[in-house]
Design a protein around this ligand. Structure first.
Ligand code: FAD
Ligand code: SF4
Ligand code: SF4
Length: 470
C-alpha cells in the first residue's frame, strides 16, 4: 500500500470538553480500525528505526505498525507483548512526545506517527477480541516476594510467573495497581484495564496479598524466613512533599496523592461517599506536573466552581504532558503561571472558638514571579517580584510539588542503602546492597514514568531468574 504522506496525524476523537468536565468517563476515545490503518500508513518503516531507540523498553515499533497496515492486529499485539506487559496502559499514559514519537522522522516536517495511539488501539483490540487462557509453565519450585503492585511490581511478578516461579505480591493498599489505580484518574486510565492486567497475573497463579504493609505487617527478613528466596521492592515514591509555608495544616489542604486517592480509590466522587472530599467551591492546585493536571481535572469533575493551577514558572517549563495541559485548558482550568503561594489563610472567629469554620481554608496568598538566571539544570530560576503579593480566594488547596520514596522499608531492613533523596541504590541489574533483594521503579529513581518502572521490573525479573537458576 502507498504510504500516507499527510503531515498531520489522524485525530483521535475525544469527549466534548463541556460534557467530560462533569463526568469521570475516559476523555480520549481511541482509533477506529480505519483510522489505525490510515495512521499506520504514515510510518516509513525506517531502516535505522530511530523511534525504537526512544522507547525505554525498545518495542519493535515499525514491525508492529507493519502488522497494523496488513490488518493483522493480533500479530501487532504479539510484537508489542514481546517487550511490554502493559500496552493498554502505556498506549494511554506514556509521555510519547518525549520518547518514541520525539525521534520519529515524520516529526521533522509535520507530526510524528501516532505511535502511542496505535499501541493503545492494538492493545484494546486484543483485550476486546482475544481471550486465550494463559499457558501456565511447570512450577520450578522457587518462591519470590514482590513488594508493591504498581507497574514495576506487576511486571516483575508477571515475567517471573511465566518462568514457573511461585510469586506473591504484597500490597499495602486494599486494591492492586499502585499509582495506576490510586493516582491516575479513571478519565485518563479506566480502572478496568488495570484490573484485567491483575486478573491476568492471578490466572498465572500469582498470589496478590493486599492490606500487607512491608515494614509493619511483615519485614523483609521475615519474608526470607517464610521461604522466599528473592525479594523485589517496587514500593514507589508515595510520600508527598510540602512547601513548608504557613497554613499547610489547615482544613481543606490536601497533598495531591491524598486528594486523588480519596477520589480514585475510596470512590469519594460518588453521591454519598463514606470518604469525605471537597465537592464545590474554588480549588487551587499548586504545581505543574501530570499529577497537578490530574488533581485539577478531578476537582472540576467533583463539582468545583472554579479550579486554578498555580505554577511558579512559565508555560514553557511546565512539566506536564502537552496533551494533558491542552485537555485541562479546554475544560476551563485557569492557569496562574509565574505565581507562587507564600501562605495559606484560614478562617478564625475569635468570638466563637467552636465555630466549625475555624481553621478552614479561605484563601491563598501568592506572589508574582519572573524568570531569572538558569539553574544547574538549565531552567530559568523563578524569582519573586517584590511587592506583588495578592490573595486568591480559595476553599481548597491541593499541593502537588512532587513525592519521595517512603523510608519505611529502608528503616526496617538492615543494610539497605539509599541515596540522599531516599531512592534505593541498585546496580544495573536492580540488585540492592542486600543479597537477593532487588528494587526498581519510583522506589529507586523517585517519581518517574510507568514505562520506566515497567522496564525496571523486567530487568529485575531477568536478574532474579539468573540468580535463582544458578
Ligand atoms: P507505584 O505505582 O507507586 O506502586 C507502588 C505500590 O507499592 C503502591 O501500590 C503502594 O501502595 C505499594 N507500597 C508502598 N509501600 C509499600 C509497603 N511498605 N508494603 C507493601 N506495599 C507498599 N507516569 C506516566 O508515565 N504517565 C503519566 O501520565 C503519569 N501520570 C501520573 C499521575 C499521577 C497522579 C501520579 C501519582 C503518577 C503519574 N505517573 C505517570 C507516574 C507513574 O505512575 C509512576 O512512575 C509509576 O506508577 C511508578 O511505578 P512503581 O511500580 O514504581 O510504583
Ligand atoms: Fe512509545 Fe511508550 Fe509505547 Fe515505548 S511503550 S513505544 S515509549 S508509547
Ligand atoms: Fe515509522 Fe517514525 Fe519509526 Fe520511521 S521513525 S519507523 S516513520 S514510526
Amino acid at each position: 500500500m502507498a504510504p500516507n504522506m499527510s503531515p498531520k496525524r489522524n485525530e483521535m476523537p475525544t469527549q466534548d470538553p463541556a460534557v467530560r468536565a462533569h463526568n469521570f468517563d475516559e476523555v480520549a476515545l481511541g482509533y477506529s480500525e480505519e483510522a489505525a490503518i490510515n495512521e499506520a500508513l504514515r510510518c516509513l518503516n525506517c531502516k535505522n528505526m530511530p523511534c525504537v531507540a526512544g522507547c525505554p523498553v525498545r518495542i519493535h515499533i515499525p514491525e508492529f505498525i507493519n502488522k497494523i497496515k496488513e490488518g493483522d492486529f493480533e500479530g501487532a499485539y504479539q510484537v508489542i507483548a514481546r517487550s511490554s506487559s502493559l500496552p493498554a496502559v502505556c498506549g494511554r499514559v506514556c509521555p510519547q512526545e518525549t520518547q518514541c514519537e520525539e525521534r520519529c522522522v515524520r516529526g521533522i516536517k509535520g507530526e510524528s506517527v501516532g505511535i502511542g495511539r496505535l499501541e493503545r488501539f492494538v492493545a484494546d483490540w486484543h483485550n476486546t477480541f482475544v481471550s486465550a487462557p494463559p499457558v501456565k509453565p511447570e512450577p520450578n519450585g522457587h518462591k519470590v516476594a514482590i513488594i508493591g503492585s504498581g507497574p514495576s511490581g506487576l511486571t516483575c511478578a508477571g515475567d517471573l510467573a511465566k518462568k514457573g516461579y511461585q510469586v506473591t505480591v504484597f500490597e499495602a493498599l486494599h486494591t492492586a495497581g499502585g499509582v495506576l489505580v490510586y493516582g491516575i484518574p479513571e478519565f485518563r486510565l479506566p480502572k478496568s484495564i488495570v484490573a484485567k492486567e491483575v486478573d491476568g497475573l492471578k490466572a498465572l497463579d500469582v498470589k496478590v496479598e493486599t492490606n500487607v504493609v512491608i515494614g509493619k505487617t511483615l519485614t523483609i527478613d521475615e519474608l526470607f524466613e517464610m521461604g522466599y528466596e528473592a525479594v523485589f521492592i517496587g514500593s514507589g515514591a508515595g510520600l508527598p512533599n510540602f512547601m513548608g509555608i504557613p497554613g499547610e495544616s489547615l482544613k481543606g489542604v490536601y497533598s495531591a496523592n491524598e486528594f486523588l486517592t480519596r477520589s480514585n480509590l475510596m470512590k469519594a466522587y460518588r453521591e454519598h461517599p463514606s470518604t469525605p472530599i471537597m465537592k464545590g467551591g474554588t480549588v487551587a492546585v499548586v504545581g505543574g506536573g501530570n499529577v497537578a493536571m490530574d488533581a485539577a481535572r478531578t476537582a472540576l469533575r467533583l463539582g468545583a466552581d472554579k479550579v486554578y493551577i498555580v505554577y511558579r514558572r512559565s508555560m514553557e517549563e511546565l512539566p506536564a504532558r502537552k496533551e494533558e495541559v491542552e485537555h485541562a485548558m479546554e475544560e476551563g482550568i485557569d492557569f496562574r503561571l509565574l505565581n507562587n503561594p507564600v501562605e495559606i489563610l484560614g478562617y478564625n472567629n475569635p468570638d466563637d472558638p467552636r465555630d466549625p469554620k475555624n481553621g478552614c481554608v479561605v484563601g491563598m496568598k501568592c506572589i508574582k514571579m519572573e524568570l531569572g538566571e538558569p539553574d544547574e539544570r538549565g531552567r530559568r530560576r523563578p524569582v519573586p517580584v517584590p511587592g506583588s503579593e495578592y490573595v486568591l480566594d480559595v476553599d481548597t488547596v491541593v499541593i502537588s510539588i512532587g513525592t519521595s520514596p517512603n523510608p519505611l522499608i529502608k528503616d526496617t531492613t538492615d543494610g539497605l542503602e539509599v541515596n540522599r533523596h531516599g531512592g534505593i541504590i541498585v546496580n544495573e541489574d536492580g540488585l540492592t546492597s542486600r543479597q537477593a533483594v532487588y528494587a526498581g521503579g519510583d522506589a529507586v529513581t523517585g517519581a518517574a514514568t510507568v514505562i520506566s518502572a515497567m522496564g525496571a521490573g523486567k530487568q529485575a525479573a531477568k536478574a532474579i531468574d539468573e540468580y535463582l537458576s544458578k
